[in-house]
Design a protein around this ligand. Sequence first.
Ligand SMILES: [Zn+2]
Length: 123
Amino acid sequence: MRLNTSCPNCDKSISTISYVKTKSEFVKKTGEEIEMFCEKCKTKSMVSTTSLHAVRSAAMNITIVLLVLVVIGLSFFMIKFTLAVESEYNVPYAALAMPVLGSIGLIWFMIADRKKINAFNEN
Ligand SMILES: [Zn+2]
């Protein structure tokens, strides 16, 4: 996940990537301070590991956008497909299944990510 803090020199937000689950695990792994580089003022500085907090990563944002597009795409496909099939059964229900299930899956995925971020920030 992406860990953010502000540059002690210019206050710009700087970040690093780590795959630990909690902040205590992160402190144990990296120590009390971590060296970070600021793109804005081009300086390396030591920042306190406890000042870092988890935020949603850019990769996660891209994943969410892609999942939304996949759900929309599959929904259109399912609606077209079910409307093309001549049936006396209730076709609209089948057409609605994809957007509904897709949205539930997406929300579950976003909640799981939020929980991971919260777990890091609270420990
Ligand atoms: Zn800076």
